[in-house]
Design a protein. Structure first.
Lengths: 333, 257
């Protein structure tokens, strides 16, 4: 697998023809790693053996797996899980931004509110929080809008206003926002203070300098751990059974498994779907990271600017060319 | 012409403390319209703080600081000063450009994007107009071909010239420079000083904190030497540099000359 031939020697140097007759350079023999190769081979053998065994092992019931992996009930449940993840993450992100800014503000009231919120929501287990949200209609049978100690303007019965699905989203979002708030705060603090100062000196308001200058730069620090949080959230949704919401991927697989008396293949079905969604999310994260690395990623002032910096120009040129081509075409028609 | 009699900047017993550390002690000075003033002084003497007070990045504790006759950061009502709302303070800053020692360009934006940001967001200039003006300004600082470059791909001297163009895009009536060449390699200092010199020749009012004595001698109309938060000596730069009156000025000049 690993070829240590001449074509792989000296990465980074300009590729010269093999055995060029240029001035004789030091013949570099790459450092060999015999142990590394040996361990790789052993692991490969173990992996192949495991897969070979698993493919034939009856306890896995691959026939049931095959039957249910694309079952409509399962794919719908996967979509519910995805919805739970996306909605609660979006709400959490907005709340987190507010909490982080409050925490960083000089207003002691805002600071304390933010601190207290984090203390509560990070200090109690999410499963417990979700159970509480499920009991909301027991604790507060009606929700009313109005002034304290006065007759409310509007009143709703809690149970029929909020579904378990919505309560699950609220529960997940509020818990997550506490963690995201700390990530956002770290991101904002990572931006050089001179940036906000320069924006202020140009006459930009605090909101403008936050939205246009500071937050876009903080994204580079915020996105990697947030990607982590999204993936973690995808799996935390399996706890919504505490609300109790039972149409998510895990609950649905478990219910089907119970009716079939076959827990193992449906665990595999659920795992396959979780893995598939995670993979898609990771691709999304890759592109987001690239987007926010603009101007910072390729910090080396290379001549001819290879790689990342050259790419946008080429696409731009290509677009211009193809546009010109299109107009040509139209004229000919 | 009464208009020319209103000084661009007038500081009247301006004082400023950080906690118990009094950084500016009753500074009084005047900068006329079109004047180039060089501010000189040892580290920690309060030069940056004074510049930052002029566009209200720091607030003044006592005394009066006026730009074109208007109080900076405060409103005078009766015998009391009321702090301005942040929006009003931001409006005042639009007319004052500032250039920093470490450039502070926005790294996630190209040179052009850096320059058009404030005109578009603050002054609501249209994009096409803002870009045309940005290109003109880049040409003026000798970087006509660098519009699409990100700051990380520019040398320090080029970054500082973009920063100057960025400040000029707001059409300021006053430019503040806080050690604009101190972070540069020696061979890059000249290109930035040249741009500043051209700007001075075009009639811009400038306050420049710098240790470049050559610039002070050649370009400045006045020189102020500060130490320990007070103005020790001021006057014509050539005279002060050739013949300093104060011991502290002499001691400082013997170190930087
Ligand atoms: N935000 C701040 N908080 C507390 N102290 C400060 C602050 N800014 C400046 N100082 C203090 O004020 C004093 C003057 O600082 P200033 O930056 O104005 O000096 P300077 O003349 O510009 O010096 P340098 O040549 O090093 O830039 C220093 O003692 C500094 O520690
Ligand atoms: Mg300073």
């Amino acid at each position: 697998m690993t070829s240590s031939g001449p074509d792989r020697s000296a990465p980074g140097s300009t590729p010269s023809p093999h055995g060029a007759d240029a001035a004789p350079v030091v013949k570099a023999v790459r450092l060999r790693h015999p142990w590394r190769n040996l361990i790789a081979v052993i692991i490969l053998i173990i992996a192949v053996a495991f897969i070979w065994d698993a493919a034939g092992r009856t306890a896995y019931h691959w026939d049931i797996f095959g039957k249910y992996v694309f079952d409509k009930r399962i794919s719908e449940a996967a979509f519910n899980t995805l919805q739970l993840t996306v909605y609660s993450m979006v709400i959490a992100a907005i709340l987190a931004l507010v909490l982080a800014v409050m925490r960083l503000s000089s207003n002691p009231v805002f600071k304390s509110i933010s601190w207290f919120y984090l203390w509560i929501f990070r200090g109690t287990p999410v499963y417990v929080q979700l159970t509480f949200w499920g009991l909301l209609s027991v604790i507060y049978p009606t929700l009313s809008i109005g002034l304290p100690f006065m007759h409310p303007w509007l009143e709703f019965p809690t149970g029929s206003t909020l579904t378990f699905f919505e309560l699950a989203i609220i529960g997940l979002a509020l818990n997550e926002s506490a963690y995201l708030a700390e990530i956002v705060r770290a991101g904002i603090l990572s931006v050089d203070r001179g940036q906000e100062e320069a924006a202020t000196a140009l006459g930009m308001t605090w909101t403008q300098s936050m939205l246009r200058i500071v937050i876009p730069q903080s994204m580079r620090v915020i996105i990697p751990p947030t990607g982590n949080e999204v993936i973690s959230m995808l799996k935390t949704t399996s706890l919504v059974t505490a609300v109790p919401y039972s149409l998510d991927l895990f609950a649905r697989s478990r219910d089907i498994a119970t009716s079939l008396f076959a827990p193992v293949p449906l665990l595999l079905v659920a795992s396959a779907w979780y893995l598939a969604i995670t993979s898609v999310l990771m691709v999304g994260q890759y592109y987001l990271e690239k987007r926010f690395a603009r101007g910072i990623g390729a910090a080396r002032p290379t001549k001819g600017a290879g790689g990342t910096t050259a790419a946008p120009t080429t696409t731009a040129q290509f677009e211009v060319v193809s546009e010109a081509y299109n107009t040509d075409e139209k004229e000919h028609q | 012409m009464t208009d020319t009699e209103v000084p661009m900047v007038q500081a009247d017993q301006v004082s400023k403390s950080f906690g118990s550390n009094q950084v500016l002690k009753s500074i009084s000075l005047t900068v006329r319209r079109g004047e180039v003033m060089v501010l000189l002084g040892p580290s920690g003497s309060g030069k940056s703080t004074f510049l930052r007070c002029i566009n209200h990045l720091e607030s003044v504790d006592a005394g009066r600081l006026r730009v074109e006759g208007t109080l900076v950061g405060y409103k005078e009502k009766g015998d009391k000063l009321h702090e301005l709302h942040p929006k009003e303070a931001a409006a005042q800053r639009r007319e004052i450009g500032m250039v920093f020692q470490r450039f502070n360009l926005f790294p996630h934006m190209t040179a052009i994007e850096n320059i058009i940001e404030a005109p578009m967001r603050v002054n609501k200039v249209g994009k096409a107009t803002a870009i045309a003006r940005a290109k003109e300004l880049l040409t003026r600082v000798g970087l006509g071909d660098k519009g699409d470059a990100y700051p990380a791909h520019l040398s320090g001297g080029q970054q500082q010239r973009v920063a100057i163009a960025r400040a000029l895009a707001m059409d300021p009536k006053l430019m503040l420079f806080d050690e604009p060449t101190s972070a540069l390699d020696p061979e890059l200092v000249g290109e930035v000083l040249d741009v500043m010199k051209k700007l001075a020749e075009s009639g811009m009012t400038m306050i420049v904190v710098t240790h470049e004595i050559g610039f002070a001698r050649e370009v400045a109309d006045s020189l102020v030497f500060m130490d320990g938060g007070v103005v020790v000596e001021s006057g014509d730069p050539r005279e002060v540099l050739a013949n300093p009156q104060h011991e502290r000025t002499k001691a400082f000049l013997s170190k930087v000359l």
